[in-house]
Design a protein around this ligand. Structure first.
Ligand SMILES: Nc1nc2c(ncn2[C@@H]2O[C@H](COP(=O)(O)OP(=O)(O)OP(=O)(O)O)[C@@H](O)[C@H]2O)c(=O)[nH]1
Ligand SMILES: [Mg+2]
Length: 151
C-alpha cells in the first residue's frame, strides 16, 4: 500500500511553513520530496533520520522534513513536532502514492480505511499520486499552498 501522511505545520507568524512527511517505510516519501524539489526521480535508500529541503510555491516557502518510516524510527517522529504546539493548527494532506501499481488502494479506499471523514478539527485532503511520474503531486502542493494562504 503506497501511501503516506504529510502533516503540514504552518508557522503562522513566519513566512516559512513547516511540513512534516511521515508514513510507512517504502511508501515513497523521499521520492516525493525530490520530485517536489527537482521534478525528477532520484535513487533512494531507506531514510535513517531525515532529509530536509526548502521548496517555494507561489512565494510561499515550505521547509519539508522527510522522516524515515521504518518501525524502529517511528518513536522519533514526535520529536519533529516541537515548536508546533503539538500539531494544533496542522493541516493534513494524505498522499495516496504508487497509483501506477495495480494493487494499490485508491484514494477513496484509503479515505474509508483511515476514516478521514471523522477528522473534524483539522483541514484535511487526500490526493492520489505517483511519485515516479509526478502525477497528482502538483494538486497536492496546490492544496497545501491554498491552506497556507487561507490561514
Ligand atoms: N511504482 C512506484 N514506485 C515508487 C513510487 N514512489 C516511490 N517508489 C519506489 O518505492 C521505493 C521506496 O521509495 P522511498 O522514497 O525511498 O520510500 P520512503 O517512504 O522514503 O521510505 P523510508 O525512507 O524507508 O521511510 C523506491 O524504490 C521508489 O523508487 C511510485 O509512485 N510508484
Ligand atoms: Mg525515505
Amino acid at each position: 500500500m503506497g501511501m503516506f501522511l504529510a502533516k503540514l505545520m504552518g508557522l503562522f507568524c513566519n513566512q516559512e511553513h513547516k511540513v512534516i512527511i511521515v508514513g510507512l517505510d517504502n511508501a515513497g516519501k523521499t521520492t516525493i520530496l525530490y520530485q517536489f524539489l527537482m521534478n525528477e526521480v532520484v535513487h533512494t535508500s531507506p531514510t535513517i533520520g531525515s532529509n530536509v529541503e526548502e521548496i517555494v510555491v507561489k512565494n510561499t516557502h515550505f521547509l519539508m522534513w522527510d522522516i524515515g518510516g521504518q518501525e524502529m524510527l517511528r518513536s522519533t517522529w514526535s520529536t519533529y513536532y516541537t515548536n508546533t504546539e503539538d500539531l494544533r493548527k496542522a493541516a493534513v494532506l494524505v498522499l495516496a502514492n504508487k497509483q501506477d501499481m495495480k494493487n494499490s488502494m485508491s484514494a477513496a479506499e484509503i479515505s474509508k480505511f483511515l476514516t478521514l471523514t471523522s477528522i473534524k478539527d483539522h483541514p484535511w485532503h487526500i490526493q492520489a499520486c505517483c511519485a515516479l511520474t509526478g502525477e497528482g503531486l502538483g494538486q497536492g502542493l496546490e492544496w497545501m499552498t491554498m491552506k497556507t494562504v487561507a490561514k
